[in-house]
Each structure stands twice: as C-alpha cells, then as structure tokens.
Design a protein around this ligand. Structure first.
Ligand code: SAM
Length: 282
C-alpha cells in the first residue's frame, strides 16, 4: 500500500500491475506458510492477499469460485464425494455444497490461518463451513492424495495458489497420478490453471501432465477475473473416462440454487478454446 492509499500487485515479468484504492489495512500476520494481509478497499470490498498476491476480493470472487466448482459438478453424472485441495477462503466449498447430491466434502488446506482469517473477514464465503457434509483438514494436499483410498472421490478440485513453493507439486504429473488413483472410474479433476494470456505454456504443461497421468478429455475453461494477472483466468478439467455423458444441461437449467456468473450458456461458452490457446495446446 503506497502513501496515496493504493494497493498494487506488480507482474514484473509482464510489465503490468493491478491497483486497488485502499481505505485501510485491517489485518497483517505471518503464518508458518505465508504472509496474510487483509485490506478494506474503496470499491472492491474486503481484499485478502497471500505473500502480496491477490487471492480474494468481495466484489469479484464469485466468478472464480463458481467456475472452479459448477462446470465439474454439472459434468459429473452423480457427484457425491468431493475433495478440495487448498481453497482456504472456503468460497469454492460453499459453491460445492450448493449441490444437494453432494454427500461429503473433504477440504485439505495447508494453512489453517487462511481459513481462520477468512472466517473473520469473509464470513459469507465461510457460511457453509458448519454444514455437516463439510470436513476441514489442515495439512499438505499432496500428502493427503498420496494416502487417499483408491476410488474414494468423484471430483477433486485443486484451488491452489500459484505453482511456486508448497503449491508447485499440485501442478505435476506425480500428483495427478495420485489423483487419478484416488478418483472413481467416472471421476473428474479440475485445477486452477492461471491466465490464458500470461501463462499459456503452463496450461499446456498441465494438459501434458494430466494426459501423462492417464486422464482423458482434458479441457480448459476460461473466465474473467479482473483482480488476477491479466484480468483473465482459467481452470483445467479432465476426466478418467471420456466415453461418459457430459454436461447435465437440464439439471443446470433446473438448479435450485442461485449463481451470479455461472449458467448453462456460460458453461458451454467457457469451454470454447481461443485460437492462440488452441495452437499452443496442439
Ligand atoms: N483463488 C486463489 C488464486 O487462484 O489465486 C487461490 C485460493 S487460495 C485460498 C489457495 C490456497 O492453497 C492457499 O490458502 C494455500 O495455503 C493453499 N495451498 C498451497 N499449497 C498447498 C498444498 N500443497 N496443500 C494444500 N493447500 C495448499
């Protein structure tokens, strides 16, 4: 935060940045894993940063959390057991629990302090944390998946930080192979995959690693996320069995819960691959 009251996150390698005008910094702590800061901004509500990088703002987190969850949950034919890796702000968990057919969610977040701080400053994202179907665990997600019973989940959602430090392994083939084993035969994995514009080569590497781990039908959804690098973000999804039925469009139209970004049209449009990304992924 500078003297004029702006929070700025610089993307030095891309020669660009985002700035949000800030009213106040309301929390600052160093957990065993990262630097957690909370700001009150002038127009984006509350902002959480981890190690100086924007994670969540009140104003635009709905796009990310809905796109990390509903495309996978409306593609799986009967999503009952879900694993979320990371996701400590609990916004993705809240979206997953909107699906009545979900019976059990394990959320495995490395840093308990992220969740405790979110409970205090983002209570609406944590509104479903007391749902009896939600089980919060605080440990390394890579270890959790390595130890998971084979075929114990329908969907794995990797809602992680950028691929550095403890999150780096969440983008690798060895982790995906463990996820493949932990999923049932009709299982789906989805992971946040950074910016299509800035990180297309990372998305390509993710596709290759998922295929290398025997996942099929690898596809990237993309969506606007104005407070993340380039303002454009993505999630990459893959299935164990590509012959199964896909998008449950009717169920999506008839869903009994509210969304603010996701709907059936967005679902279909989000899978359309921009030409430059298509060529990168060839
Ligand atoms: N929305 C954010 C984004 O895309 O920038 C990501 C959400 S943030 C809550 C991601 C979380 O992943 C962090 O709280 C971090 O502690 C957690 N995380 C990073 N590496 C992890 C690991 N190996 N196991 C479990 N959680 C991890």
């Amino acid at each position: 935060m500078d003297k004029a009251g702006w929070y700025t996150e610089e993307w030095a390698d891309q020669g660009s940045a985002i700035s949000l005008r800030v009213k106040d910094k309301v929390h600052d702590e160093r957990s065993p894993y990262q630097h957690i800061e909370i700001y009150e901004t002038e127009t984006f509500g509350t902002l959480m940063t981890l190690d100086g990088l924007v994670m969540v703002t009140d104003r635009d987190n709905f796009v990310y959390h809905e796109m990390m969850s509903h495309p996978a949950l409306f593609t799986h034919q009967a999503p009952r057991r879900v694993l979320i890796i990371g996701g400590g702000d609990c916004g993705t968990l809240r979206e997953v629990l909107k699906h009545d057919e979900v019976e059990h969610v394990d959320q495995v977040e490395l840093d308990e302090r992220v969740t405790r701080v979110a409970e205090r400053f983002f209570p609406e994202l944590c509104a479903a944390n007391d749902d009896p179907r939600a089980h919060l665990h605080f440990q390394d997600g890579i270890r959790w998946v390595a130890d998971a019973e084979p075929g114990s989940y329908d969907i794995i959602i990797v809602d992680s930080t950028d691929p550095i430090g403890p999150a780096a392994g969440l983008f690798g083939q060895a982790f995906y192979a463990d996820c493949h084993r932990a999923l049932r035969a009709d299982g789906i994995i989805v992971g946040q995959s950074e910016s299509p514009l800035f990180h297309a080569s990372l998305i390509k590497a993710m596709h290759e690693a998922l295929r290398g781990a025997n996942f099929l039908d690898v596809a990237t959804v993309h969506f606007p996320q104005c407070t993340y690098p380039s303002g454009w973000w993505s999630a990459t999804m893959a299935r164990k069995d590509a012959t199964l039925a896909g998008f449950r469009e009717q169920a999506c139209h008839e869903r009994a819960f509210a969304t603010r970004y996701y709907n059936a049209g967005i679902h279909q449009a989000a899978f359309a691959c921009p030409e430059f990304l298509f060529k990168t992924l060839l």
